[in-house]
Write a protein that binds this ligand. Structure first.
Ligand code: HAM
Length: 418
């Protein structure tokens, strides 16, 4: 009798099975190739970080306030599973002394992130990001550069119909005065806003602009726009980024309500959607400039810009738009070992592996059953060994497509399979 029900995966997380991996591998490869083509180097940071580091990202950020996986380790340290990579990459940039070398430092990272979000299609509690960061320069050219990388990665993943939304949310110089204007505009409307928005009005009024609540929508159109209230350096940067995108032939739409869910942004913010889906669907990739984050983490003030893209969503869109990637077979060659021939089969497999991927079927099944499994694996060849042939170091090689079969000496197998 089983002791209990079988134990299933944790809610909101999932397995990526071998049949799905080819699409994942294709977009992961595109990500690394495009990033490296722009001179970005790979970095890996830990999945666990101090809770304090993550909180510096912004306590008003959903990913921190509501969705953070926090725990105490056995030594009583307060840790978090990273909800995003930027805070950790900035920490590593200083801790690893990258701030001492040539600037800016261009980095990319591929790995899992964790958010205690409500699970639904496109939203998982463990999900995977491509994170791209250019740290150590305030040049608007880098804002345009990371946008070009995001566009290039999505295009090379087979997603060509894209919508890019762009905005500037100013900086510490111009944003405070703008926020006062925004509060002045919304205060008389307070009672008509959604309860959550009423709370945000004083604490984080910028988020009123990207409110998804139906009752808040009518008031957005007349709200003051931050791009009309930028200080001169922010206005120059905003114009500069747009000029560079035009020059690069990257189309975008100015969305004055785009403010982003993370608190660390300054100036440029952007989001990529599948074309025709913005607002209704979740973004494929998103980011912006975050000149204040290094200082918030306790390091010297250092400008930076970057983005993160979600592999889970990109793979969904690839699959939905019919992107096909040829799945590699489980093995090119399957060696069938008759009873008692295990060590001979292992030796033949070792010889064949010089040129091909090889699996050995050790199961005590009929030849016909073994042939069927080899077919299911997608094997192109089967090598059969019998107790009579093994001592002579010969085997029968079968081409699964043509059905042709021939006796071949073990040492000639690599040549026949090449
Ligand atoms: P984010 O907008 O929170 O930004 O996430 C970036 C992308 O990660 C989203 O556009 C989406 O594709 C994916 N994503 C987020 N949450 C989930 C989820 N629960 N399930 C599946 N995919 C998800 C950041 O994380 C910033 N660190 C981006 C950045 C980098 N800004 C500057 N540098």
């Amino acid at each position: 009798m089983p002791r209990s029900e079988p134990i299933k995966a944790v809610r909101g997380v999932r397995d990526i099975l071998p049949r799905d991996r080819p699409l994942w591998r294709a977009t992961e490869r595109a990500a690394a190739e495009v990033a490296m083509r722009f001179g970005y180097q790979e970095i890996v940071t830990p999945i666990i970080e101090h809770v304090e580091l993550i909180e510096r990202v912004g306590e008003d950020t959903d990913a921190v306030s509501k969705e953070l996986y926090r725990f105490e380790d056995r030594g009583g340290r307060k840790l978090a599973l990273r909800p995003e990579a930027t805070a950790g990459v900035v920490r590593a940039y200083f801790e690893g002394g990258l701030n001492q070398g040539a600037q800016p430092v261009r980095l990319f990272l591929i790995g899992p992130m964790f958010r205690y979000d409500r699970p639904q299609k496109g939203r998982y509690r463990q999900f995977y990001q491509l994170d791209v960061e250019a740290i150590g320069s305030a040049s608007p050219a880098l804002d345009a550069e990371v946008i070009e990388i995001a566009a290039g990665w999505l295009r090379e993943s087979g997603i060509s119909a894209l919508a890019l939304e762009l905005n500037s949310i100013g900086d510490d110089v111009c944003r405070p005065a703008y926020l006062e204007r925004l509060k002045d505009y919304y205060r008389p409307l307070k009672s008509r806003l959604h309860a959550d928005s009423q709370l945000r009005l004083e604490r984080n009024p910028l988020r009123l602009l990207d409110s998804k609540f139906a009752q808040d929508q009518p008031f957005k159109a007349d709200a003051p726009r931050i791009t009309d209230h930028l200080c001169e350096p922010c206005a120059d940067a905003w114009a500069h980024v747009r000029r560079l995108l035009d020059a690069a032939g990257i189309e975008y739409v100015h969305n004055p309500y785009l403010v982003r869910g993370l608190d660390y942004y300054t100036r440029t913010v952007f989001e990529f959607y599948p074309a025709g889906a913005s607002g209704q669907q979740d973004a494929l990739a998103a980011g912006g400039r975050y000149d204040g984050l290094a200082e918030a983490e306790g390091w010297p003030s250092t400008p930076a810009v970057g983005f993160a893209g979600g592999f889970d969503r990109v793979v969904d869109v690839m699959a939905a738009s019919g992107v096909e990637v040829i799945a590699a077979p489980g093995a090119d060659v399957v060696v069938l070992a008759d009873g008692g021939q295990e060590s001979a089969a292992a030796e033949v497999a070792r010889i064949c592996r010089r040129v091909r991927s090889v699996a050995v079927d050790y199961e005590a099944k009929s030849l016909a059953a073994k042939m069927r499994s080899a077919n299911k694996l997608g094997a192109r060849w089967v090598v059969m060994l019998s107790a009579e042939e093994a001592p002579r170091r010969v085997a029968r090689l079968r081409d699964m497509a043509s059905g042709e079969q021939a006796e071949v000496a073990w040492d000639e197998l690599p040549e026949r399979l090449a």
